[in-house]
Design a protein. Structure first.
Length: 135
């Protein structure tokens, strides 16, 4: 039992570290802060590249999805889940139950991370939501 707990703890720490490095990267933060749709379209490829590189870091990450400060879908890379199935009220890390991707109808689960505005003087100001789609 202790071995399983250690593996779960190590996995959780690993995913938290990957989430922080991705969701607080300058590319993702800039992408989420853009309000002009045409600017966001121009930056979309750069955002996709950063997310795709993250997917390759760890076995089991099948996709990455982003939501803006209004919890509107902002983009994704890899396996996609219907945005309606993603809990938008995350004040901390949330692991979901099984969901199915419309892309491959395979069972997946989600790890959802709130993205906080680190520049704001207002504590707890959320600027987005990052989601890992996991195999």
């Amino acid at each position: 039992l202790a071995c399983v707990q250690d593996r779960v703890t190590a996995f959780s720490i690993d995913m938290e570290n990957i989430a922080y490095s991705l969701f607080y990267s300058p590319t993702i933060l800039n992408y989420l802060e853009i309000t002009d749709r045409s600017e966001q379209i121009l930056m979309y490829k750069e955002m996709i590249n950063v997310c795709s590189n993250t997917i390759s870091l760890k076995d089991g990450i099948a996709g990455v999805m982003l939501f803006n400060r209004y919890m509107e879908y902002s983009g994704s890379s890899g396996v996609y889940i219907d945005p309606e199935e993603i809990p938008k009220e995350a004040s901390n890390t949330v692991y979901s139950s099984l969901v199915y991707s419309p892309m491959n109808n395979m069972p997946m689960y989600l790890i959802t991370f709130p993205i906080w505005d680190l520049k704001s003087e207002q504590v707890g100001k959320q600027i987005g939501l990052g989601v890992f789609v996991m195999e």
